[in-house]
Design a protein around this ligand. Structure first.
Ligand code: CDT
Length: 300
């Protein structure tokens, strides 16, 4: 069996007053635990260095000055890269990227066990709004602070397999995973910040967890791939976000799930052959897909 250790490192709250250094220290600690449990790859959350700042109304310039990284690695994140190299572990990290040309993206990177950045993804499905909603309990200003990603959905060779990456809201869309599985992705890693309350309509909070897990379980099964998903969760300055970090198998089953809303590492030795039967039979794309009947998906 072709197995390797996958860890998902969930972060509890990062408050507005918390420094980047303290966030990196928490990631470093969890990277050590992941490696000690035999992980070859550890998945960190979306926007893992700061609070989930799109909940606050401010100008783009303010947001950029306070929350964006103009380079990666940066002086503050360098310890993560150094430790990864010394432990021989890869990682996925989400952060707010200020690109060299001045554009802003909600970005994640895949870093190999020699601390080389091997893949970059810029979030495509940006939820929320760009206008101020003073009546809402909090904002969700991803459409104000970030541009839609311009790199598409990529897949990178890593750890003897093919790894795709996406970010938070992307996990709710079947197209995200199908475009990656058409590039032969066998594992998709992602981070998320999912508020427990819906600002647009009154929704029972338990549905947030249900839809999160439902989306990943369905997409894992329908594409015969593994998913590792890391939350930033708990109450950031009174704004609660769901936990539920999970490792989902190509069967659609959850093989590990976080129990807390704090910093927590979950782990599974994942068998990369587990999806083979699905890929060779029911979801044998070459034999059974009917793209000639799917045109509407890309026309509208
Ligand atoms: N960060 C992020 O993308 N959060 C969104 C909240 C939208 S509310 C359904 C998410 O999809 O979890």
């Amino acid at each position: 069996k072709e197995r390797f250790g996958l860890a998902v490192a969930q972060l509890g709250p990062i408050h507005l007053s918390d420094s980047r250094e303290s966030a990196v220290a928490r990631l470093v600690e969890m990277m050590r635990e992941a490696a000690s449990r035999g992980a070859k790859l550890v998945v960190f959350p979306e926007l893992a260095l700061t609070t989930f700042f799109p909940r606050y109304w401010m100008s783009e310039e303010d947001a950029e000055a306070r929350f964006f990284e103009p380079s990666m690695p940066s002086p503050v994140t360098q310890p993560l890269f150094d430790l990864a190299k010394s432990l021989g572990i890869g990682f996925y990290l989400g952060y707010a990227e200020r690109a060299a040309d001045g554009r802003r993206f909600n970005t994640s990177i895949l870093v190999d066990d020699q601390a080389n950045i091997v893949g970059r993804y810029r979030k495509i499905h940006l939820p929320g709004h760009s206008d101020h909603k003073p009546e809402a309990p909090f904002q969700h200003l991803e459409k104000k602070f970030f541009e839609v990603g311009n790199d598409g959905f990529g897949v990178w060779p890593m750890l003897g397999t093919n790894v795709g990456q996406c970010i938070c809201n992307d996990r709710r869309w079947p197209e995200t995973f199908r475009v990656m599985s058409l590039q032969d992705a066998r594992l998709v890693v992602l981070g998320y910040n999912t508020p427990s309350w819906n600002i647009h309509w009154t929704e029972p909070p338990h549905l947030r967890m249900f839809h999160h897990l439902l989306s990943m379980q369905a997409n894992a099964y329908q594409n015969a791939l593994w998913i590792g998903a890391a939350a930033k969760c708990g109450s950031e300055d009174g704004f609660h976000m769901i936990g539920g970090s999970a490792i989902v198998a190509p069967t659609g089953e959850i093989v590990a799930q976080s129990q807390s809303e704090e910093d927590e590492v979950i782990f599974a030795a994942i068998d990369m052959t587990l999806g083979d039967n699905f890929r060779n039979h029911v979801f044998n794309f070459a034999k059974h897909r009917r793209p000639e009947h799917y045109g509407l998906i890309v026309e509208r």
